[in-house]
Design a protein around this ligand. Structure first.
Ligand SMILES: [Zn+2]
Length: 621
């Protein structure tokens, strides 16, 4: 699939993915920065469907979007708009723009839907008091439950209509999330799930449905752990069914979907939107969050890199949508805001993902586009598209990353201590620009192939590990590094072992730096860095010395060479040094920036990076 193999050929933009009733009902400023109750809304909406609008996108090199299609109001209500949506999609495709049909998962617009489906309340997810969950405080939207008969089938029916129409290149699911549901159908399923455990200390038919909030620091309650796992299975099963419906009709249809691609305990325990659970249903993922790249305080660099690292560990791709649902500020056009803009686009490009600019298609009051923003961004977009084309063979390569950090999803999900240790170790590696990868583990699985690509593997206080994972770790041939004191202290169900199981191995021990990770649990993923010495603790053969604000990606070709070192930074950086021993080096290199190219001359194994802002690439010529 081209979009997965060559993401650098694509550039994502805003496709006006909400329908008019959504804007009218919300009333306030919403998706796309649009005033929901604006009197000019319909005029703008119609303009968006026009040839003129599509020409503007194509002219800016924007060639991928998700467009409005199904918002969760019931197909009988939404179908009247469908011919216009199809016409827009076909207009886009004629100009080479790939179009994904937006399909809402987590909303029942019951005020509207009830007309078509009088029983819609039977599809709602219920809280502990038996009341339907609102969608994040919007009382006119209910959350659905995938276990209630008829809901999943209804989405399947809508998907069939959309894919069979042939008007779209694929589907983009929005809001892949489930809240803990206490409906009779979930209760029945939970009793069956507990019965399969064959526990000898309770009768499944009388088991209590556990509360989920507040999220405990260390989740050890066996019934509550199984409630989490049952819900992971429920949402996974629903999306695997959707996948089958789509691919049975059109195996080439692209399937993507939106959930935060972040190692958050909130996702694991509450939202059931866990990367390893949902990614298999998709061809690639969208990771909407508020982590718009930038400096936030002097010691916190907000970035999309966390999402890329996690996605790579699952052998998938993520396109982070970090622009406040395309409603964020467009930037002032100053040099400073351009640096951040360039860094954001290039973070994506350098990490095997798709750059996104949805703001550039955001309407101003009255419904026009902001010409000043377009004129400021046009040359930057053109140049980055030119770079993406010229250096595609480098951009498509995987990363050189000889240092591994174990990402054990159960441990990070169940244990706050493990979660914090993981986040802190990752921050130390990231900010020191140690070339690292995450090695994924969950229950009895550990990614042995990825593990064996690493010459060093760090265990960041991974408290919960299965016997199988321990067995694989014992066979690891590289250097094992223990960060923290409790690695393997418990099994995957957080049950304590008699002894720490890895103490006899010849492992190096390192201290975990106490970065403040208290703000890494929410929608904006933010960590406050304390200077440490992890660059010296984890020296690699190929390496970079540079300001901790910058993010470098070493691209490695199958012959072991490193033809590209790609660096993004949300601010000005006064240069640095790249070390590439001969075995990694191509014949000749040049530095590439948005401004142009310049010579890169090695002195022995080292080359000096000139000062830059936004991005710079060391590329084989
Ligand atoms: Zn339910």
């Amino acid at each position: 699939m081209e979009i997965v193999e060559h993401p650098s050929r694509f550039f994502w933009t805003f496709g006006n993915h909400e329908n008019l009733p959504m804007y009218r009902r919300i009333g306030k400023v919403s998706t796309g920065g649009v005033q929901g109750n604006a009197l000019w809304l319909e005029k703008w909406h119609n303009w968006y469907d026009s040839d003129e609008c599509v020409d503007r996108m194509a002219d800016l090199g924007l060639n991928l979007l998700h467009c409005r299609c199904y918002k969760g109001m019931g197909w009988e209500y939404e179908k009247d708009d469908f011919p216009r949506v199809q016409a827009f999609a076909e207009r886009c495709r004629k100009r080479g723009i790939t179009v994904l049909a937006y399909v809402q998962y987590a909303t029942l617009y019951h005020e509207i839907m009830r007309k078509e489906l009088p029983h819609v309340a039977d599809w709602a997810a219920l809280d502990e008091n038996g009341k339907p969950y609102d969608y994040n405080g919007q009382y006119w939207r209910w959350m659905p439950c995938p276990n209630r008969p008829g809901f999943v089938e209804y989405i399947e029916k809508v998907l069939k209509i959309i894919i069979e129409s042939g008007s779209f290149d694929g589907v983009m699911f929005d809001n892949m999330v489930d809240f803990p549901c206490y409906c009779p159908d979930c209760r029945k399923k939970f009793v069956e799930h507990i019965a399969e455990k064959n526990w000898d200390f309770l009768y499944p038919e009388f088991v209590s449905m556990p509360p989920v909030l507040p999220i405990p620091d260390e989740l050890m309650d066996p019934v509550a752990i199984e409630f989490v796992r049952m819900r992971h299975n429920s949402i996974r099963d629903a999306f695997m069914r959707f996948r089958k419906v789509i691919k049975d009709i059109n195996p080439d249809a692209i399937i993507t979907g939106n959930f935060p691609m972040l190692p958050r305990r909130y996702s694991y325990i509450y939202g059931s939107n866990v990367a390893s659970v949902l990614a298999p249903a998709l061809d690639f993922t969208l990771g909407q969050s508020a982590s718009n790249p930038g400096l936030d305080g002097t010691n916190s660099v907000v970035s999309q890199v966390y999402a890329y690292k996690l996605a790579h560990s699952l052998h998938t791709k993520v396109v982070p949508l970090v622009d406040s649902d395309a409603g964020g500020p467009a930037g002032s056009g100053s040099a400073k805001s351009n640096e951040v803009y360039i860094a954001q686009l290039c973070e994506s490009l350098f990490n095997n993902s798709i750059p996104v600019d949805r703001i550039v298609m955001k309407p101003t009051r009255g419904g026009g586009l902001d010409q000043k923003v377009i004129e400021t961004r046009r040359p930057i977009l053109k140049r980055i598209q030119e770079i993406a084309k010229k250096y595609e063979s480098i951009l498509d390569l995987p990363e050189y990353a000889p240092v591994g950090l174990l990402y054990a999803e159960d441990s990070v999900g169940l244990s706050k201590a493990s979660s914090e240790a993981f986040l802190r170790c990752q921050e130390s590696l990231l900010r020191a620009n140690v070339p690292y990868r995450l090695v994924f583990a969950r229950e009895n699985f550990i990614d042995e192939a990825e593990m064996n690509l690493c010459s060093t593997l760090i265990l960041p206080d991974v408290r919960c590990m299965s016997d199988r994972v321990l067995e694989v770790l014992r066979s690891y041939k590289g250097e094992l590094v223990m960060a923290g004191r409790e690695n393997g202290g418990c099994d995957e169900n957080y049950c304590q072992r008699a002894e720490l199981p890895l103490e006899d191995l010849p492992a190096r021990r390192v201290e975990i730096t106490p970065h403040d990770v208290s703000k890494a649990m929410y929608y904006k993923f933010q960590i406050f860095y304390e200077k440490d010495n992890w660059a010296e603790l984890f020296p690699t053969e190929a390496k970079i010395e540079i300001d901790t604000v910058a993010h470098a990606v070493f691209k490695q070709s199958p012959d072991g060479k490193i033809p590209g070192v790609l660096i993004s930074a949300v601010t000005s950086v006064p240069g640095g040094t790249i070390t590439l021993p001969e075995k990694f080096r191509a014949k000749e290199y040049e530095f590439v920036t948005v401004e142009g190219t310049q010579a890169a001359v090695f002195n022995g194994d080292k080359v000096e990076i000139p000062p830059f802002a936004g991005m710079i690439m060391l590329c084989a010529k």
